[in-house]
Ligand binder design. Structure first.
Ligand code: SF4
Ligand code: SF4
Length: 456
């Protein structure tokens, strides 16, 4: 008789209690976490010339980044920056694997912070495991409640800071204090807070394993010369436990004593001795753990280390390979171009819009007139008075309304301009003319824009 009872193919994910470890890479990771979290929570409060230093003011369509004010017309700088960021990711991944994941990814950084709070309240890995598997006592309820309170407060603070990059954070703080937050502000603080709480508090390594697209394609950027966290199989195998000071060679054993410390500290719960796996976020905790074990065994460190496939196979590693040189060359060009374009950026924008109601009209006897609407954007921190001129046709003259063109800092002025030419000095049809707008007090601030002029 055949057993037809349904069999579940789903296995619940076992909770991971990574063991804490100290070492060079753990300290590097903590330093990176403190720097990045410090920057995220701190920069929002910095002031620059009486305004928030970094503010993405979406309703006003202006991005403030220290002394720079970016308008929608400057968005190619943002695209440029994104291209540089993507290429840097390719470069550093090809050079040293998942450096981003191990030290800078927000998921890693916030998970580390949430883990730190968890340890503070519930103790180290084994104590937490015991607490989770034990009955609900008064102590367990108190600890769990304290942890949740800490997590929720931190997540809400994160949501508040995030929104503070889009709404002036001091005003936002005042709104929170007086319970007068707007609907959208409340929604985004809660949404971002909830995302932080869920991702860093509960999902943790699951995000890296199952949700992160970078984890899927990063291996395509690896080659045999990429530095990755590797277990030195030739040195470590055959693995086996033994006492300190015993002669591994005499016992016909490698340097790995099979203590599983490298597995216990791993935040994704994998065994690096099985080779490179996509779950590995390159946090290097296993290197610190194994180095500690090697120190105790009085064996050289580096059984698990940053190394390349070529080095592991006993071959030479080439850092300066063609692919790296191409990435580095493009990155250097893009970086230099970006800085130059930023330095040469004119804080003035001129848009010329022709009056569509009439191709031309006779303004006064013997003169043909075309009318334009000019949109002048002063992107500078100071007010300027400008002179407008036009070239491209003989006898071309301009009249503007208002006659005096003066625009305040970071303001837009709409000006009506009439271009006049003597009738008959040019052939009929369309002609390209150039409008030049120049600040009277600064020769470097000028811009030119083309327009079409029609004559009978
Ligand atoms: S920590 Fe080192 S010695 Fe211990 S099991 Fe891992 S590789 Fe082997
Ligand atoms: S295998 Fe090592 S480097 Fe990779 S995630 Fe685990 S502890 Fe971190």
């Amino acid at each position: 008789m055949t057993d037809t009872a349904p069999v579940s193919l789903y296995a619940a994910q076992a909770k991971i209690y990574p063991r804490e470890i100290d070492g060079i890479f753990a300290r590097l990771r903590i330093a990176s976490m403190v720097a990045l979290l410090g920057a995220f929570y701190g920069v929002a409060w910095l002031q620059w010339d009486g305004r928030q230093a970094v503010l993405f003011d979406l309703p006003a369509r202006k991005f403030y980044v220290l002394g720079l004010v970016l308008w929608p017309q400057d968005f190619f700088f943002l695209s440029w920056l994104l291209i540089i960021a993507a290429l840097s990711l390719f470069f550093f991944t090809a050079l040293a694997g998942r450096l981003w994941c191990g030290y800078a990814c927000p998921q890693t950084v916030w998970t580390e912070a949430f883990l730190w709070m968890e340890r503070l309240v519930e103790g180290r890995g084994p104590a937490r495991r015991k607490l989770d598997s034990g009955p609900w006592t008064g102590d367990k309820i108190r600890r769990k409640a304290a942890k949740q309170a800490l997590w929720i407060a931190f997540a809400l603070w994160t949501g508040f800071t995030f929104v503070g990059y889009f709404t002036p954070i001091r005003e936002l703080g005042a709104h929170v204090a007086t319970f007068s937050l707007g609907g959208w502000e409340t929604f985004w603080i809660l949404f971002y807070g909830f995302a932080t709480y869920g991702n860093a508090g509960f999902m943790r390594e699951q995000v890296c394993k199952y949700m992160c697209p970078y984890a899927r394609f990063q291996s395509a950027m690896f080659d045999q010369d990429t530095l990755v966290i590797s277990y030195d199989r030739r040195r470590g195998e055959p693995r086996g436990s033994r006492s300190r000071g015993s002669d591994a060679k005499a016992l016909q054993l490698g340097d790995c004593i099979d203590c599983r410390m490298c597995v216990q500290v791993c935040p994704t719960g994998i065994d690096i001795r099985n080779g490179l796996q996509y779950e590995c976020i390159a946090c290097a905790a296993c290197i610190d753990a194994c180095d500690g074990v090697m120190d105790k065994m009085r064996t050289p460190r580096g059984l698990i280390r940053y190394s390349t496939q070529h080095a592991m196979d006993g071959r030479a590693t080439r850092i300066a390979r063609p692919r790296m040189l191409v990435y580095a060359g493009i990155l250097a060009l893009l970086g230099a171009g970006f800085v130059t374009a930023l330095l040469l950026r004119t804080p003035l924008e001129l848009d010329v819009i022709r009056d569509r109601n009439a191709l031309y009209r006779e303004a006064r006897p013997g003169y043909i007139e075309n009318v334009y609407t000019l949109r002048i954007i002063n992107k500078d921190d100071a007010a300027h008075e400008y002179t407008l001129s036009a070239t491209g046709l003989p006898t071309l003259a301009l009249e503007t309304e208002p006659a005096l063109i003066e625009v305040g800092p970071h303001e837009i002025l709409t000006v009506t301009a009439r271009a006049l030419v003597e009738d008959g000095v040019s052939g009929g049809g369309g002609h390209t003319i150039e409008f030049t707008l120049a600040a009277n007090d600064d020769a470097a601030i000028r811009t030119t824009e083309s327009g079409r002029m029609f004559t009978p």
